[in-house]
Design a protein around this ligand. Structure first.
Ligand code: TRP
Length: 452
């Protein structure tokens, strides 16, 4: 499809793509999910496998998604339809973008609840509740939020409203401009907090935890969690990056733009780790405590900073906006498709889908209190959704998408799409995707099914 036929317009500068894609990648996954998975999976071993997975699985698949998006310049569902009309693939492949859409939808149901925690913490920070807070105080503040479904519902509703309103508008406008300011500010704030945490906290023990590992620690559970997180953090495996590829100009190098996004994403996650672990070790917070880790550790640092109220409030505001720019990309797929295929107004489509996400989100937030019972495999509803999406659906979606790109699309189409001039780079990407990423994902999806 020629560039002029694209519905939403083409981004002229590679930086716009980088900012928009980083807006999707950087979010709660880096600051909330990464640290607690690191804590639960033994630190160094997880970090090492995670970095390897980013390079050998996450990045090649990110490039594949973007390349595919740019080839057809449409939403993922129509992309696959279009390819099958051109007889490049079988029409049964249309199942893949549907699976992707459902995955994004399900992730958003719990993502919105956690983003609601971040909003609740803005209020707590600004009202001075962090000042001089102890480890016990931070723990009970977190528990009191979790035991109040009403408050969580309020923030969850507000967050979903914001998501729907932004997705209801077009994704290209305004978003990259917002991230262009947000991202550097977030990184500077994280750098300052990391400096403070390393100085005030137990940097030595944190470093030992983060960077030391032995081969015995490399269990299948660690590998599965690391791959799931690599996909989650880069927003790949559900077609979110398709949309950004579709807006990308043909002159840009997909390889360098995607590597930059992956680097930014890794840097933010590492910074979050460098803030949370020195604090956790200094204040005897259990690093294996799961989803509470970030929300218990951070108030302590803000509580002891000179302008803790302002800095704390500002930080959680940044985190909420980062979560918003990620959440948008989870809903975009279905909204764009309903709009482009059935001419349903974007706002209407966004409200309709957002309503169902909101409803399921209510069950998620109740699973932290009234409905905390274990349903299946000793997991509550939130844990089930989290495992289902990151251990099964994302790897499955990423695998099918990579098979489609690497085995079904003609090599010449891809070579054209990639970096025609740098053939070494193309070879690396193509063979890694074909012979490393795909087999690894087959194994992980299989391991996910058998419940590792
Ligand atoms: N990457 C985001 C984060 O780290 C979450 C996210 C946005 C995502 N879009 C996605 C995860 C698509 C999986 C698939 O917070």
């Amino acid at each position: 499809m020629p560039e002029s036929r694209c519905l939403q317009g083409i981004w002229s500068s590679p930086w716009i793509f980088i900012f928009a894609a980083s807006g999707s990648a950087v979010g709660l996954g880096n600051i909330w999910r990464f640290p607690y998975l690191l804590g639960e999976n033994g630190g160094g071993a997880f970090l090492f496998v995670y970095c390897v997975c980013l390079l050998l699985v996450g990045l090649p698949i990110l490039m594949a998604e973007v390349a595919l998006g740019r080839t057809v310049r449409s939403n993922p569902i129509d992309t696959v339809n279009d390819l099958s009309e051109r007889r490049l693939i079988h029409s049964a492949w249309v199942f893949v973008p549907w699976l992707a859409g459902v995955t994004g939808f399900l992730i958003l149901t719990f993502y919105s609840v956690i983003a609601g925690w971040s909003m609740a913490y803005i209020e707590r920070a600004v009202s001075g509740q962090f000042v001089g807070i102890s480890e016990l105080g931070a723990q009970s503040m977190y528990n009191s939020l979790l035991s109040s479904p009403r408050e969580m519902l309020l923030w969850h509703t507000l967050f979903m409203l914001l998501v729907v309103l932004v997705v209801g508008q077009s994704v290209t406008r305004g978003l990259a401009a917002l991230v262009r300011i947000l991202l550097p500010v977030l990184i500077v704030v994280l750098l300052m907090l990391a400096g403070f945490a390393l100085y005030k906290g137990n940097a030595w023990e944190a470093a030992q935890f983060l960077f030391r590992w032995s081969w015995q620690d490399m269990t299948l559970k660690v590998v599965t969690a690391a791959i799931g997180q690599a996909l989650f953090s880069l927003s790949v495996g559900m077609g979110a990056m398709f949309a950004y590829g579709a807006y990308m100009s043909k002159r840009m190098s997909i390889a360098s733009a995607c590597s930059t996004v992956a680097l930014i994403d890794l840097a933010v996650s590492l910074l979050a780790g460098l803030i949370i672990f020195p604090l956790a070790f200094a204040f005897h917070i259990n690093v294996q405590s799961g989803p509470s880790l970030t929300f218990v550790s951070l108030p302590i640092i803000f509580g002891s900073l000179p302008a803790g109220r302002e800095v704390g409030g500002f930080f959680f505001l940044l985190l909420t906006i980062a979560a918003l720019t990620s959440a948008i990309s989870m809903l975009e797929l279905f909204v764009a498709w309903l709009h482009e295929k059935y001419y349903i107004a974007r706002m209407k489509a966004a409200f309709l889908l957002g309503f169902f996400v909101w409803l399921i989100g209510i069950v998620v937030l109740l699973s932290f209190n009234h409905w905390d019972s274990k349903l299946l495999f000793h997991l509550n509803f939130f844990e089930m959704l989290d495992k289902l999406t990151s251990h099964i659906l994302l790897p499955l979606g990423a695998m099918l998408l990579s098979v489609l790109v690497a085995w079904f699309l003609p090599r010449s189409v891809l070579q054209n799409e990639m970096v025609a001039k740098k053939s070494m780079c193309f070879q690396w990407w193509y063979y890694t995707l074909k012979y490393v990423s795909i087999p690894v994902l087959v194994l992980v999806t299989f391991a996910g099914w058998i419940g590792v």
